[in-house]
Write a protein that binds this ligand. Structure first.
Ligand code: ADP
Ligand code: MG
Length: 696
């Protein structure tokens, strides 16, 4: 077997390969573009393109593609071969700087939220030199941004890159105040990806899973997650094989997959990489998801990334670990004495201010039909954005607000009473698993994103909002006399903390009291996607995007429209699948079962008129009544769905789905599920939760 260090990054045109393959002047110029954002001229691009092509061909690539992330959130690619026929009948492999830098593609089939009329279908993809190119399935993939003919961003990456620039600029102003030279400042992200693996055989027989990614029906399994025996349990052999191949494939792509373990729910797992620069981390996460789906098929498995594939057991999230680093130094590292670490406190306070001020915007980035089932369902944070700081930082902040000396927090050592086990220092605070935005030692963990999401949106908002707080700090402090600097900094932090204290909540986010307390504090609580999305176009939020050149008002409005449409389309498909399944599968199955009992009863009666058939009669009545109730809900769903389809305004339509149709879908589901445990197994048309979740 190949050594990990030999295969790691072997399919990536990374800095090491660049240095090896490029003339040193070209390499230096490329690094200037990557690190300092300097524009690149065509001559340099030509040399880079040539080196990339030679490298890719050696690795067996025949095609190249501009790899981008349209507003659907998933990745897109169109393969072009390197082939260039010569007049003499032969062919050479060519790839120019122009082809590297810019691609043209028909944008008309990607969502644009009204930004592009179909007659102006032209769209451009532009190379993002800060994300490494890589080879996947014999194709050289060049990460790119995607925009319309008129220059508006049509993708997830462009605003993210713009937000990275914003936070770098403002963080450097702050660092300069602390006497530090200009640094390369980046947001860092580590995405913990949760997913389910189920057997292909079961999957194929569930139209709901195939078409919507989740089960629209299904009674709770006899055993759920109550034994807590799956979490961190031994990984089953097939899954283990899958994980091994996944690791190998990801390592080749330079994705530093590191931690993998079973999750709480049966058949649920998690994979976490070592963090990297935000835009690269997101590219890597998308690649990871793609590889998971693809490789699962090698083992007769299907990988589900939906936020809530199974009702009643935990859904899947994607924790977004976020920090900022300057030349590789983590700015959210509190150090040994955080109370005296003013620079750290400034960055910490800036994040608190950002999350509080833009809590609603942050909520919109995790709004989707799938995530609506997860947030607030006692398995993931509620739909209310709040922050957890822990005892030590909380204490420091309280002391700052109260303008008194921080007493300090005991750093205790942990002694297990067993001499052979070395003692270690205890963390100054326990973990809080219920907080949506928790400080976890030297980074923040945003836990609301759903497992299928592209994290670009969330990080774009975090970066931009933090850039704004940093800007306010720099604006206020620049020009302050050196002798007064420290006092002024403390004053600033005190004000920020005082004004934003209400977003800090260290208690149990799953408790029933919290939403009431949150409302008292004035925190937003948008329970559904339909409620959350309009916040995208609040003036305050548009202003934020425009102030930092992250999105224009037109771009924001188009994104709002795209998200609304996405939600409505998902809901529409779910309604259609539900109706189809009930009419064609579930009701006929119940009828068949009822007919069987009736037949059985009359058969018995014919030979044994005095037989006691009360049990059979009760069963029959239960089945018939079940069908009646199901039909009632079905008719109601048909009626509401038809009228939703005729509502032209997308927001109104979304409101109707969220508030009127979802409850009927739930009632219909419940009625069908009740029949699942009445009807004999052989009549039930689909594999049940017991079958799907506890395969070997
Ligand atoms: P847990 O399950 O306790 O949250 P994991 O080890 O599963 O912890 O995941 C932690 C994630 O946080 C990893 O992806 C890790 O790389 C990432 N991470 C650690 N430090 C940083 C940082 N400074 N910036 C961004 N992400 C980070
Ligand atoms: Mg985590």
């Amino acid at each position: 077997m190949a050594r990990v260090s030999d295969i790691y990054g072997s399919m990536v045109f990374n800095e090491h390969t660049m240095q090896e393959r490029l003339p040193s002047t070209t390499y230096k110029q490329l690094m200037k573009t990557i690190n300092d954002g300097e524009p690149m001229d065509l001559e340099v691009a030509n040399i880079v393109a040539h080196a990339m092509k030679e490298w890719a061909i050696e690795k067996g690539a025949t095609h190249f593609t501009h790899w981008f992330q349209p507003l659907t959130g998933i990745t897109s690619e169109k393969h072009d071969s390197f082939l260039d026929p010569c007049p003499d009948g032969r062919a050479i492999m060519s790839f120019s700087g122009k082809e590297l830098i810019k691609g043209e593609s028909d944008a008309s089939s990607f969502p644009s939220g009204g930004l592009r009329a179909t007659f102006e279908a032209r769209g451009y993809t532009a190379w993002d030199p800060t994300s490494y190119a890589f080879i996947k399935d014999e194709v050289l993939c060049i990460p790119t941004a995607f925009c319309s003919y008129t220059g508006e961003a049509l993708d997830k990456k462009t605003p993210l890159l713009r937000s990275m620039k914003a936070i770098e600029e403002q963080a450097n102003r702050v660092l300069a105040l602390f006497g530090e030279p200009h640094r390369h400042v980046v947001a860092t992200v580590g995405a913990e990806q949760e997913f389910f693996l189920i057997s292909e055989k079961d999957f194929e027989r569930r139209l709901d899973l195939v078409l919507t990614g989740r089960t629209l029906f299904g009674y709770a399994p006899c055993k759920g997650q109550e034994m807590e025996d799956h979490y961190y349990g031994a990984i089953r052999p097939t899954v283990n094989e899958f994980m091994k191949e996944l690791d190998d494939e990801l390592w080749k792509l330079g994705v530093s997959a590191r931690t993998k373990h079973n999750e709480v729910a049966p058949a649920q797992h998690e994979l976490a990489p070592i963090f990297s620069v935000a835009n690269r981390a997101i590219d890597e996460n998308l690649l990871t998801m793609e590889k998971m789906r693809l490789l699962a098929s090698h083992y007769g498995l299907v990988c589900l990334h939906h936020e809530k594939p199974f009702a009643g057991i935990n859904g899947s999230g994607k924790h977004n670990n976020w920090s900022i680093s300057a030349d590789g130094k983590n700015l959210l590292d509190p150090g040994a004495n955080p109370a005296e670490n003013l620079r750290f406190l400034v960055f910490l306070a800036s994040v608190i201010q950002a999350v509080d001020d833009y809590q609603e915007l942050l909520r919109t980035t995790v709004a989707s039909a799938g995530n609506d089932h997860r947030l607030g369902a006692h398995e993931a944070p509620p739909a209310i954005v709040s922050m957890f700081l822990g005892d030590e930082l909380g204490g420091i902040m309280d002391a700052l607000v109260a303008n008194c000396e921080y007493e300090g927090c005991e750093h205790e050592s942990m002694d297990l009473g067993v001499d052979v086990i070395p003692s270690f220092m205890k963390d100054t605070s326990d973990r809080n698993r219920t907080s949506p935005f928790a400080f976890t030692g030297n980074k923040f963990e945003f836990r609301m994103p759903g497992s299928s999401m592209n994290l670009a949106d969330a990080n774009t908002i975090i970066n931009t909002a933090v850039a704004k707080s940093l800007k306010e700090f720099a604006d206020a402090l620049e020009g302050v006399d050196a002798s007064e600097f420290e006092d002024a900094v403390r004053r600033h932090i005190r004000h920020v903390m005082h004004d934003h204290q209400h977003i800090v909540f260290n208690g149990d986010g799953y408790s029933e009291e919290w939403p009431i307390e949150a409302e008292r504090r004035g925190l937003a609580n948008h329970r559904t996607t339909a409620d959350a999305l309009p916040c995208m176009v609040d003036q305050k939020n548009i202003d934020l995007f425009e102030q930092f050149g992250v999105l224009s008002e037109t771009e924001v409005r188009s994104r709002y429209e795209v998200e609304l449409e996405k939600y409505n389309k998902v809901m529409n498909v779910e309604c259609r699948v539900m109706k189809r399944l009930v009419r064609r599968d579930y009701l006929p199955a119940i009828n068949k079962f009822a007919a069987e009992i009736a037949r059985h009863m009359s058969d018995v009666r014919a030979v044994l008129p005095e037989a006691d058939l009360s049990y059979q009669e009760a069963r029959l009545k239960k089945a018939l009544n079940g069908a009646l109730v199901i039909n009632g809900h079905l008719e109601r769903l048909v009626e509401l769905h038809t009228s939703a389809c005729s509502v032209a305004d997308q927001q109104e339509r979304a409101n109707m789905y969220a508030h009127e149709i979802v409850p009927v879908m739930a009632a219909l589901r419940e009625a069908v599920d009740k029949m699942e445990i009445v009807v004999a197994r052989e009549y039930w048309p689909v594999p049940t939760y017991n079958d799907i979740l506890f395969y070997c």
